[in-house]
Design a binder for this molecule. Structure first.
Ligand SMILES: Cc1cc2nc3c(=O)[nH]c(=O)nc-3n(C[C@H](O)[C@H](O)[C@H](O)COP(=O)(O)O)c2cc1C
Length: 206
C-alpha cells in the first residue's frame, strides 16, 4: 500500500493524552502577522486545556518536497515537523494570502506531511491578507488540501484583512471581534479534538 505520493502508507497517528494542539505558521516574512494570529488561536486552545506548540516555518530548515528515495537525508527540522504534527490531536494552520492562495512555504510543508499526521485530526484555518478583501480563496484552498489529507476541518475559519493595521503595539488585535474569532477557533479545535480522540477533560496538560 502506498499513499497518494507513492510513499509506503503509514498508519494515522493516534496520540496519547494529554490533549495537544499545534499551530503551523506558513509566513516567512519578518514580523509577520500570521504567526501573531496563530498565537491568539493557541491561547484559545490552551484555555480548553490543550498543551500547545507553535511551529514557525520561518525558523525552520524545510527544503522542497522532492520525493527523494531516502527521506532520512531531509534536514532534522523535517522530522521535527512531522513528529510534532503527528503527536498533536488538533492542528491550526495559518497562511498569508499570496495571489489568492496559501504561501508556497505552507503548501510545501503540507506536501512533506501526510495521512500519518492529519488523518482523523481536527484542523482550524487562519489566513491573513494585506488587502481589504477577505482571504476566503486562500482558506478554501487550505480546506481542499486538508480534505485530501483526510482531516476534519472546522467549519469556523478566520480571515484577517488589512493585516498591517490589524494588530496594536501590545500584540492584540485592534478589532475585538477578530481576537474573539481566533480564540473561539482555538477553543473549538481543542474541544472537538478532545471528543474525536475520546480524551478526558481533566487530563491536564503537563
Ligand atoms: C507574492 C505575494 C502575493 C500576495 N498576494 C496577495 C493577495 O492576493 N491578496 C492580498 O490581499 N494580499 C496579498 N499579498 C500581501 C500579503 O497578504 C500581506 O503582506 C500579508 O500581510 C502577509 O501576511 P504576513 O503578515 O503574515 O506576512 C501578497 C504578498 C506577496 C508577497
Amino acid at each position: 500500500m502506498t499513499d497518494p505520493a507513492g510513499r509506503p502508507a503509514r498508519k494515522p497517528s493516534h496520540p496519547p493524552a494529554p490533549l495537544r494542539v499545534v499551530a503551523l505558521s506558513g509566513a516567512l516574512r519578518a514580523h509577520n502577522m500570521t504567526r501573531r494570529a496563530l498565537e491568539v488561536a493557541l491561547r484559545g486552545a490552551a484555555s480548553e486545556g490543550a498543551q500547545t506548540e507553535l511551529l514557525d516555518l520561518s525558523a525552520m530548515e524545510i527544503p522542497f518536497c522532492d520525493e527523494r528515495p531516502d527521506e532520512s537525508t531531509y534536514p532534522p527540522d523535517v522530522q521535527r515537523l512531522r513528529g510534532a504534527v503527528a503527536a498533536a490531536h488538533g492542528i491550526l494552520l495559518g497562511s498569508p494570502e499570496y495571489h489568492g492562495s496559501m504561501s508556497g512555504a505552507l503548501k510545501n510543508a503540507l506536501d512533506l506531511l501526510g495521512f500519518e499526521q492529519f488523518e482523523g485530526k481536527m484542523v482550524g484555518l487562519v489566513a491573513v491578507a494585506g488587502g481589504s478583501q477577505s482571504a476566503t480563496g486562500t482558506l478554501a484552498h487550505m480546506r481542499t488540501v486538508c480534505r485530501h489529507l483526510h482531516a476534519w476541518v472546522a467549519p469556523r475559519q478566520v480571515s484577517i484583512s488589512r493585516a498591517k493595521d490589524a494588530f496594536g503595539a501590545d500584540g492584540h488585535l485592534k478589532d475585538p471581534d477578530h481576537e474573539e474569532r481566533l480564540l473561539e477557533l482555538g477553543r473549538e479545535v481543542a474541544h472537538y479534538a478532545r471528543l474525536h480522540f475520546g480524551l478526558q477533560k481533566d487530563a491536564a496538560p503537563s
